[in-house]
Design a protein around this ligand. Structure first.
Ligand code: SF4
Length: 384
């Protein structure tokens, strides 16, 4: 809100549309779009289209119309994130204190600034945006049989912090420049579509490209508070027992933010109890971290998203003066998950193929090099 109300213009949102236009005009570049989960809930707000017609498939057609060679889904990378983070969680369960999720750069930056003693508790797994970029310029370059330097990755994100995340040390793991070249917010996507006079209401519905456009319901719910936790628990249960739980077995983590500012819950796995906490909004995160540091609470796994409600309420989303749209957007993502044929990250056929043909296994040497970061070394805070 501050960006639109600053009377002096001192707060100015960086517009990166021209960088994308230049890449799209370059015949040597293979320009790839990745679209974050929550973008599909809000991409048409303010465009001349009936909300019922503003489907994810029509969004794909609209982005393709802008000239991209491939339109892929960040939710594929969210499924990969779960494979890595779920495996990491099981390895770290005997450590003292919780493992924190690390897919939200706003939260990671906050933790490094306000609670540096807890930084070592962050999961080393990179965010879906960065996992996608690293795989696009390694695995997918190999599939296309092209030099990775020709691939240009554009992220459509609900987030302004993601514009910085892709520039941090270690976010060039594929060895072909930054793994993600440019990040555009949903507001920039809407401006792009308007400036190119794309009449979205007339577009047919189209599917994401394969294989990096194939995702499960677990990947889709990354865009809403509690979603990363729910997706991780679905696969952690499978990794421990060899069987799938009911896909809705962990849905109680969805309504986070109650009571003390976070929601806590215990789930029974065959050999142990898993204590989890979920919160969103940095004031709530601060209170939770303080309680952990004081030893007042103890958890095994904690999900934090910086924006209230998660990315559906993100800083790069369309702004509706005096209205809060995170809850209805969250409902859209849960609806997509409910209707998905596959609801477990470990069942994503494109993820399975990626491991079989390229990464070998979660936490393999190759996966560690491409998909993990060292929070104590990389992502150094410029002002510290
Ligand atoms: Fe970005 Fe907010 Fe989502 Fe964090 S919660 S990734 S800061 S939009």
């Amino acid at each position: 809100q501050c960006i639109t109300h600053c009377p002096t213009g001192a707060l100015h949102e960086r517009d990166d549309i021209a960088k994308v236009s230049a890449a799209l005009a370059d015949p040597d570049k293979i320009v790839i779009a990745q679209v974050a989960p929550s973008v599909r809930t809000s991409w048409a707000e303010g465009l001349a289209i009936d909300p019922a017609q503003a489907t994810p498939q029509r969004m794909v057609a609209a982005i393709r119309k802008l000239g991209f060679d491939y339109v892929f889904d960040t939710d594929f990378a969210a499924d990969v994130t779960i494979m890595e983070e779920g495996s990491e969680l099981l390895h770290r369960l005997d450590e003292e204190g919780p493992m924190f999720t690390s897919c939200c750069p706003g939260w990671v930056r906050f933790l490094k600034a306000k609670h540096p003693a807890l930084v070592h508790k962050l999961s080393s797994t990179k965010s879906p945006q960065q996992i996608f970029g690293a795989l696009a310029k390694s695995y997918y370059a190999e599939l296309l049989d092209v030099d990775a330097s020709r691939i240009f990755v554009v992220s459509y994100m609900p987030c302004v912090a993601k514009k910085e995340e892709c520039t941090y040390p270690g976010m060039d793991a594929a060895g072909a420049g930054p793994d993600v070249d440019v990040v555009l917010t949903v507001r920039e996507l809407i401006r792009q579509l308007k400036s190119r006079f794309v009449d979205v209401a007339l577009l047919p519905e189209e599917e994401f490209d394969a294989p990096l456009g194939v995702a499960t319901g677990a990947g889709h719910i990354f865009g809403v508070t509690g979603g990363v936790m729910e997706a991780a628990l679905r696969s952690a249960y499978f990794l421990v027992t060899g069987e799938n739980p009911d896909a809705d077995a962990f849905r109680e983590v969805r309504s986070a933010g109650a009571d003390r500012g976070w929601r806590e819950k215990s789930f029974q796995l065959p050999d142990r109890t898993l204590r989890i906490a979920v919160t969103s909004g940095l004031a709530n995160a601060d209170a939770l971290c303080t309680a952990i540091e004081r030893g007042e609470v103890d958890y095994d796994f904690v999900e934090v998203m910086a924006c209230p409600g998660g990315c559906v309420g993100g800083g790069g989303q369309p702004i509706h003066e005096g209205e809060e749209w995170a809850a209805p957007r969250a409902g859209i993502l849960h609806g997509i998950d409910q209707k998905s044929a596959l609801r477990f990250s470990h069942e994503n056929p494109s993820v399975k193929a990626c491991y079989e043909n390229y990464l070998e296994a979660p936490l393999s040497e190759k996966a560690e090099a491409l998909l993990h970061s060292n929070h104590l070394k990389d992502w150094s805070m410029p002002w510290r």
